[in-house]
Design a protein around this ligand. Sequence first.
Ligand code: NAP
Length: 332
Amino acid sequence: MAHAVVATAYGGPEVLDIVEVDPGEPGPGEVLLEVRAAGVNPTDWKSYSGAWGTDVTQLPIRLGREASGVVIAIGEDVDTVAVGDEVIAYEARGAYTDRMIVPAGSVFAKPAAMSWEKAAGLMVVGTTAVHALAATKVGAGDTVLVHGASGGVGAMIVQLARAKGARVIGTADPSNHEYLVDLGAVPVGYGPGLVDRVRAAAHGTLTSAIDVSGTREALNASVTLIRDRRRIATIAGYTYGAALGIKLLGKSPGADPGTEIRMAARAQLIRLVEAGRLTVRVGATYPLVEAARAHRAGIEMRVQGKIILVPGQMPVARPAPSRSLRLLRRGR
Ligand SMILES: NC(=O)c1ccc[n+]([C@@H]2O[C@H](COP(=O)([O-])OP(=O)(O)OC[C@H]3O[C@@H](n4cnc5c(N)ncnc54)[C@H](OP(=O)(O)O)[C@@H]3O)[C@@H](O)[C@H]2O)c1
């Protein structure tokens, strides 16, 4: 048996529990992964917070979307990956676990020099960033404003925009300004006076803006500074963003999910890491059994960089609270 973190109810991180799961055998086109690290993303705690509804028929909810690990078994017809390969898996629904089944098409060779932790934190933020830059048509010669530039997605947008030859103005807490300079952005503090500070830093025309913070301040600054609203996007401020007529990116109703571009971005991100042009900042690593503590740190934004869970030693499994939990399989 394997172990997995589940939300047993809607609420705060106190609803998380670790239960026994049967990962099963890989079927045709599938591989069995021994998970070495799983990436933590805000969507993980949003899934059980109640922000997206409280349908009890969805409980218990498996968590996690991305992982790194070693392939330990392959199903029929799988010839793109072999047992023993070190890989990154995305999408990997239910990645907060020590073993899981994933489609072979969601598995990519891990760059040899990349740690398990960095590898587990690359894909959700990286694919979102690729989509945001494509949607706002950022390229060489552009000056792009990135709100929330020091976070997981923001840091990816900064690096990818710089790799395209764009100039980047990035908003962040002052404690992160040096980090933004290291990534190649011009740092600016958010808060009152934002528009004036950005204008002063831009030394000329801003051509696009990408918001990952979801604040009204960020969206208002963007529409004040950039005339063409087709070149302004948010991945977090959907209601106000819709009212302003800017691009909404992601899985929310009415937003552009960018499914194809995000899936195609996975191989591109790996190539950029291998070329030394893209990196992931890991801020904190927690044992899988401490997922609730990791989520509290993420919700309170106490960690600078990605939060990663590592399976490590599992507790002796105690009886799951119900038959449905004990029999959880494959992220259902
Ligand atoms: N739509 C999609 O497809 C999609 C995909 C991934 C993520 N998301 C969403 O995007 C958001 C960011 O995700 P993430 O993984 O990058 O989270 P994250 O790593 O926690 O980064 C969030 C950043 O926001 C910054 N911030 C906090 N208050 C701010 C303010 N008032 N103004 C501007 N920036 C502020 C913080 O930077 P400082 O520490 O420097 O203050 C923090 O690093 C989340 O809401 C997430 O759910 C959406």
